[in-house]
Design a protein around this ligand. Sequence first.
Ligand code: UD1
Ligand code: CA
Length: 454
Amino acid sequence: MKVSAVVLAAGKGVRMCSSLPKVAHQAAGKAMIVHIVEAVEQAGIDDIKVVVGHGREVVQSLLSSQKVEFVIQQQQLGTGHALLQAETYIDSDSAVLVLAGDTPLLRPSTLRGLIEYHLEKKVQATVLSADLAHPTGYGRIIRQDKGSFSKIVEEKDADEKEKAIQEINTGIYCFQAPGVFQLLHRTNTCNAQGEYYLTDVLEMLKSQGQKVEIVKLEDAQEIYGVNDRVQLAYVEGILRKRKNEDLMRQGVTLIDPLSTFIDQEVIIEADSIILPFTIIEGATRIGSECKIGPYSRISNSCIGDKVIIESSRVNEAKIGNGCTIGPYAYLRPEAVLHDNVKVGDFAEVKKSIIGANSKIPHLSYVGDAVLGQGVNIGAGTITCNYDGRNKHKTIIEDQAFIGSNTNLVAPVRVGQNATIGAGSTIAHDVPSDTLAVERAQQKNLKKRAFKDDK
Ligand code: UD1
Ligand code: CA
């Protein structure tokens, strides 16, 4: 049977106190709605509808690379009304998985389990429940004497006895189309919140003599929903813990997982060591036997094997095998380091290719440059790449030696094996195997006596 998913994500999320819609907030470096859509995909569903309303442009752009179809809910009149908007997008005789966009801890296996159970039992509806020690705020599952489903009562509509029930509605269900939509047309807003409740459909099915199944979640933490930023931080912590534990099980050492922040997509190979106070973000890939940190932040970068990075910032850079970075280096977008390069303290590299075995050990700026192999850049060397209007290139060929405190006024080329004397401002090309010195003649003058000098 065809299975479609509908993610309800039109609500504002008032308690976030934000101009962003709730599901656009990030947990562990990824918007909550993206976590959910990925979980649905990984559960094996490829027909996914997302109901959007509040801040829908933001939500749509977050999902622009995902294969989903958007359904617009103009006014947020309740969860029942939200699902009803998807009616014309769902094929008859298909099963429909319904879930919200604000439970980023949900696992694909849980969704798969729910769908399989639903299809196996051939019922009109199956609801995912969970036992919570603190069920306040959730709809409660009311069971009949024999334990089968009776109805769901929202917190705001519940009496004291119902409020004492700890089994809650996770807001995740499987329904059968077209039946669910036919019933949704008949729901009303006679409840404490004046909304069209999706949950009413379940009671209606029961009164028609249909069977409604309940699947209880083993790990209730998975459906932990985010309503405010305190809960967002809690979820963030859990997601980070999961990622860190996955990495450790795959052979990566995290000296202090609590002070190590690694985004979901990051890949790190075995026997790399991540030291404390390190943040690794986005689509970053790190090879094996690296030593990263302490105090480093790496974003969207590709790093080879046996690389050492200490107290440094690396953003959209590519680093070959055996490189040593930092302490206090700054690698900016399009910095490409071939193997065994050293970029040391207070050195910045931007949009430059650094050939193998080259060294920029201290206090330098290298931008818009191409360095060959075995180049040595002395302390304080600056590529003067910007004339106020345009950026220009510096080319330094193999084995060139740039003396300390050199200004390379681009566009300029330094030939193979050339040497530049310390303190030079080089505005013209230097041929290969040449020593270039640009420096005023030193004068040693006799000290003039000051008035007060004895
Ligand atoms: C809902 C359930 C409740 C359950 C809880 C689990 C109902 C009536 N109640 O309550 O039993 O315990 O989820 O978290 O369904 N949404 C829309 N359009 C709307 C209203 C909501 O798209 O008009 C979306 C929201 O963006 C959200 C989801 O539906 O992602 C759930 O809505 P919310 O208002 O949070 O429902 P709850 O009151 O939490
Ligand atoms: Ca909610």
